[in-house]
Design a protein around this ligand. Structure first.
Ligand SMILES: [Zn+2]
Length: 191
């Protein structure tokens, strides 16, 4: 019998690495406590590992964000150069990451290159009505219902965790139409 390990799936996943450009913002746990929260503003080149069918879409999303908004990203670096925890702590935005949904045996859309997290430290997953001291919609780089960035993602065909009813995953944009590889365990709606 052949088993399917996370390693097999990482090896066989179809993600492609593309370049994107973004306005930079330095945000860390330390600077979150300062009043500025986000500073910088230079244009940086980043990389995203994404499903091949989504590369044109994500490129267009980043082009529109740069052109139409002053929204800053802290970093856009493939997560395999970090661990997820380090990436999150750095507020790094990334797409592909082989992982299970928290407290579940189902795999995340990130495992299929079909989701991206935007500034995840300051755009956390939150239960409805809960508070999170890292989440301040007034801080630059933060997403809320009025966010131009969320509007751009949705206009380009992405679903958003900020639209969920029972919880909000402010960082999470995803494409449920991307099929799960046949070898993979079942997928789940999640971060
Ligand atoms: Zn996510």
């Amino acid at each position: 019998m052949e088993g399917t390990s996370a390693t097999d799936n990482i090896r066989s996943h179809r993600g492609v690495k593309i370049k994107v450009f973004y306005r930079n913002c330095s945000t860390s746990r330390t600077s979150l406590r300062g009043s500025a929260g986000c500073y910088g503003g230079k244009i940086h080149e980043g990389q995203i590992v994404i499903h091949k069918d989504l590369k044109d879409s994500i490129r267009k999303v980043f082009q529109r964000i740069l052109k139409e908004t002053d929204f800053p990203f802290t970093g856009v670096i493939p997560i395999n150069l970090f661990s997820w925890n380090h990436s999150m702590r750095f507020n790094n935005s990334a797409a592909f990451d082989w992982r299970l949904v928290s407290n579940s045996s189902e795999v995340s859309d990130h495992s299929f290159d079909a989701a991206i997290d935007v500034n995840p430290l300051i755009n956390p997953w939150m239960k409805k009505g809960a508070r999170n001291r890292n989440y301040d919609p007034k801080r630059k780089g933060t997403l809320d219902a009025a966010s131009a960035v969320a509007k751009i993602f949705k206009e380009e065909g992405w679903k958003w965790g900020g639209d969920w009813k029972h919880s909000k995953d402010w960082q999470h944009f995803y494409r449920p139409e991307i099929p799960v590889p046949p070898s993979a365990p079942s997928r789940s709606l999640g971060t």
